[in-house]
Design a protein around this ligand. Sequence first.
Ligand code: CO
Length: 161
Amino acid sequence: MTENRKFHTVRGYQLLEQNKRLLTPAMEDYLEMIYRNSLEEDYLRVNSLAELLNVKASSATKMVQKLARLELVDYKKYGIIQLTESGKEIGSFLLHRHNVTETFLQFLGVQDRILVETELIEHNISIDTLELIDAFNQFIKENPEFAARFELFKKQADKIP
Ligand code: CO
């Protein structure tokens, strides 16, 4: 992660904490997806967002309006959604949280429903645990022999359900 992204992620976490009671898991999912998309495309329309999230356009519109009321997105003309500075910061944290959680599950060897499992975990995890998991992921990346030993351990001990 670049320094700038990292700064956004930290700020994003602080902002998310402040907005905790206002942002539901579903709103977090929307923001994460809008942010993910903003890294690849310049603008996003409600219809495309609805498709990405597999929801009805009317539900997406309602949710985007809620995010706009919290000043996390701008949503005015032509159905185009744009992240505000705070929206970007929180979105950056949410994407980071998702990636850390998913990577950890990959290391464990979770295969089935890895995205569903990631979604279930990410909304409930504390920042302290997330940072530890992030450190653990880095550790495994830098020491692949431990990943290999873990694989062997699972096989030998018949730990695979
Ligand atoms: Co997610």
